[in-house]
Design a binder for this molecule. Structure first.
Ligand SMILES: [Cu+2]
Length: 314
């Protein structure tokens, strides 16, 4: 065999091997996520919701969970969390004491359809956020997100909804939502101390030096749950009058047999659907219909909690 022919053959072999790798990766790209995190930490509270030095990172002593069930291609699905705080300053005037907190993220994206490109329609995959990534404020060092979402979040304390402002994302706030944000990222805090370190790990991270953080990696293990008001408050960091920041560790990917069948039968909410309702129905009818839907979700959350932890704690 001539040397020329041999190298040609080798080239073909190498090229087709690459092609196989690329198409295998394409096929493997995950678009449906079923996740559950169960080890809950509160990350600071009003007026410091990041506690970089770890001093107000608290492992909650009662069991809680955060479940994510989404299709990242259609930007639909649902996420919900249930946990219990002993003492938690939610805003300047509200101290939650011995309270049950439930958060529902019923839909994703923006009602107007106008949103940053990196949101990928409301649920993004494989994206760097924060730090010096150019996406989001540098409130954390750059983190790799296998999954990240933006959209309305409904907050309930002891079963009663805490109402967000009159408007949200530029439209009437029919669901009483706050602004929600979720990330599924690599570890970013020291497991023992809760500190967010700088790159040298000799001082806490500072948003003033957004490039100076620990390196990202694609070993994702942590769900971040963030809810905030649209009303600003310059006394607080980040500068919003209400902000909730919880981390869920020990995240597991759920098999189909671990998912409540009721959840798979639920019709996902969309902004298109909600906008159509608002055009064809009276506002209080819309509120009643959405309230009924959220009641069903609350039932599902109660069932999930009971299945996971036995009797509901109170
Ligand atoms: Cu984020």
């Amino acid at each position: 065999m001539s040397r020329k022919l041999l190298s040609l053959l080798l080239l073909i072999l190498v090229t087709s091997a690459l092609a196989v790798t690329v198409s295998a990766q394409d096929e493997e790209e995950q678009t449906v996520f079923h996740l559950r995190g169960t080890v809950v930490q509160s990350i600071g509270e009003y007026p410091d919701n990041f506690s970089y030095d770890g001093s107000n990172v608290i492992a909650l002593d009662r069991p809680g969970f955060f479940e994510v069930h989404v299709d990242t291609e259609t930007n639909t699905g649902i996420m919900f969390a249930r946990f219990y705080v002993n003492e938690y300053q939610m805003d300047a005037d509200t101290l939650l004491e011995d309270a049950q907190v439930t958060v529902i993220f019923p839909l994703f994206g923006a009602p107007t359809g106008v949103m940053p490109e990196y949101w990928e329609g409301g649920i993004a995959t494989d994206v760097d956020l924060h730090g010096n990534s150019g996406h989001e404020a540098p409130v954390l060092p750059t983190v790799f997100n296998a999954l990240a979402s933006w959209g309305p979040a409904l907050v309930f304390v002891d079963g009663e909804q805490v109402m967000g402002g009159e408007e949200i994302m530029g439209v009437p706030n029919v669901t009483g939502a706050f602004a929600g944000h979720v990330m599924y990222t690599n570890e970013v805090r020291d497991a023992d101390t809760g500190v967010v370190y700088n790159e040298a790990m000799d001082a806490p991270y500072s948003p003033m030096a957004p490039a100076d953080g620990i390196a990202t990696d694609d070993d994702v293990s942590l769900l971040h749950l963030i809810v905030r008001s649209e009303v600003r408050d310059d006394e607080a960091f980040p500068p919003f009058s209400m902000f909730m920041h919880f981390n869920f560790l020990d995240v597991q990917e759920l098999g189909m047999d671990e998912i409540n069948p009721m959840l798979m039968e639920m019709e996902p909410m969309t902004f298109e659907g909600m906008n159509a309702m608002m055009e064809s129905m009276e506002m209080d009818e819309v509120r009643a219909a959405l309230g009924e839907q959220m009641g069903q979700v609350m039932g599902l959350i109660n069932m999930t909690e009971e299945a996971l932890f036995g009797e509901e704690s109170d």
